[in-house]
Write a protein that binds this ligand. Structure first.
Ligand SMILES: NC(=O)c1ccc[n+]([C@@H]2O[C@H](COP(=O)([O-])OP(=O)(O)OC[C@H]3O[C@@H](n4cnc5c(N)ncnc54)[C@H](O)[C@@H]3O)[C@@H](O)[C@H]2O)c1
Length: 377
């Protein structure tokens, strides 16, 4: 299959691209390297994808990339089992912005596309409160640009293109204990954050392109935080706690129930496995929750991080200092009911949080100094 991944330099996009290339798919990646977190991290991700397509590194020295790549491959064999084929797929990367229609048109004209996995977005809740205009421009207008070019191309070539949209658990708003588990049929009109609202808008736009233009659409409600090696290094509690433990800084926690706040954190390769199962399935219009259905308290996340540090001789297992601060009004919690994905896709998350965090810390330890000592995470 020829698959366009938007946001391919990001956390989920680069893991997904590697998996697809390993199993023999051709990936076209696009990303604008926005400054939400350092460009260097995204270039590192892209270079790791180049390695999976046997294209060699473009920016970073092999001695920095190689050990990380080998580790990721070894975990991957255990989780998604998309082991490298003797001939992996190809990778073409374009630096482009989804809000720039001309840049997108060029990519659509130059590549055969059977499916689009649309991950490019302004992600993260707190920043969306500060930048509503940017969030709507990228997440709503950018998504409309892609949907328009996809349906144009589909019409022109008379070939169906599958469109998978990365939505989010934040479309469900906040859930209290008595209705904590959400199903795909539940109300999505109560988003609390601008970010969540842009994901609702994206889903509805996808639905309208399905009904008006026969586009095959899957809206994937990703239950984050997605964690694991090379986690998005800004605003994500696991990565921040790992960085702050290493750099001996105080971690602020604003979950509404402090350390008892429980969320459906999903390990990256389990999330990727779910997305690929959707890609491979036959759909006209579907919505899927892809999470764990096993919400764990933040206290447990931090205990796993402490244990993972203790396993690494060369890391300094300092006691992480924490401070509980007032909850962000836009912060929400819920957990996925994943029965639909289990039944229709055979989806089953298999990585325990301890195992997932061990891997995240192991890769952190292999990363260069600039990454380990990164500020503003
Ligand atoms: N990570 C999670 O916990 C989580 C949870 C729910 C949903 N999601 C969704 O999954 C997707 C990927 O998230 P991620 O964690 O990999 O985030 P990420 O920030 O690492 O990846 C997103 C990528 O999109 C790119 N991008 C942003 N604006 C763009 C634009 N205008 N044009 C082209 N590229 C652009 C960024 O440069 C980045 O590399 C996002 O849509 C996010 O909303 C993520």
């Amino acid at each position: 299959m020829n698959i366009l991944i938007t946001g391919a330099a990001g956390f989920i996009g680069s893991h997904l691209a590697r998996n697809l290339i390993w199993r023999g798919d051709n990936v076209i990646g696009l990303d604008n390297f926005n400054d939400y977190y350092p460009r260097k991290c995204k270039e590192f991700n892209v270079d790791l994808v180049h390695l999976s397509a046997n294209q060699g590194s473009k920016i970073f020295p092999q001695e920095e990339l190689g050990p990380v790549y080998d580790k990721l491959l070894s975990y991957n064999n255990k989780t998604t089992q998309n082991t490298p084929q003797s001939t992996p797929g190809t990778f073409h990367f374009h630096e482009a912005d989804i809000t720039n229609l001309d840049q997108l048109k060029e990519i659509f004209q130059n590549h055969k596309i059977d499916a689009i996995i649309h991950l490019a977005a302004m992600a993260g809740v707190p920043m969306s409160t500060k930048n509503p205009l940017l969030y709507t421009k990228v997440n709503v207008q950018g998504t409309t640009n892609l949907l328009t070019l996809t349906t144009d191309k589909q019409k022109e070539n008379k070939n169906p293109i599958k469109f998978l949209f990365a939505s989010s658990s934040s479309v469900y708003g906040h859930r209290e204990k008595e209705n904590f588990f959400v199903t795909e049929q539940d109300d999505i009109t109560k988003a609390r954050s601008v970010y969540g609202a842009t994901k609702v808008a994206g889903e509805v736009l996808c639905h309208s392109f399905h009904t008006s233009f026969n586009l095959k659409v899957a809206n994937i409600r990703i239950f984050g935080p997605i964690y694991g090696p090379l986690q998005r290094p800004f605003g994500m509690l696991h990565q921040r706690a790992i960085n702050y433990t290493h750099n001996n800084k105080t971690l602020q926690i604003y979950g509404r129930d402090g350390l008892k706040t429980a969320k459906d954190a999903t390990y990256i390769e389990d999330e990727v496995k779910g997305i690929i199962q959707i890609l491979d399935s036959d759909f006209n219009y579907e919505i899927y929750n892809i999470g764990t259905q096993n919400p764990l308290p933040i206290k447990h996340w931090l205990e796993c991080i402490k244990k993972a540090f203790e396993k690494q001789d060369s890391l300094n297992p300092k006691e992480l200092k924490i401070e509980i601060v007032e909850a962000d009004k836009a912060d929400v919690a819920s957990s996925a009911d994943i029965s639909k994905a289990k039944k229709l896709l055979n989806y089953e998350p298999t990585t325990s949080m301890q195992e997932g965090i061990n891997r995240q810390v192991e890769v952190f330890n292999l990363m260069p100094k600039w990454y380990k000592e990164m500020q503003d995470v």
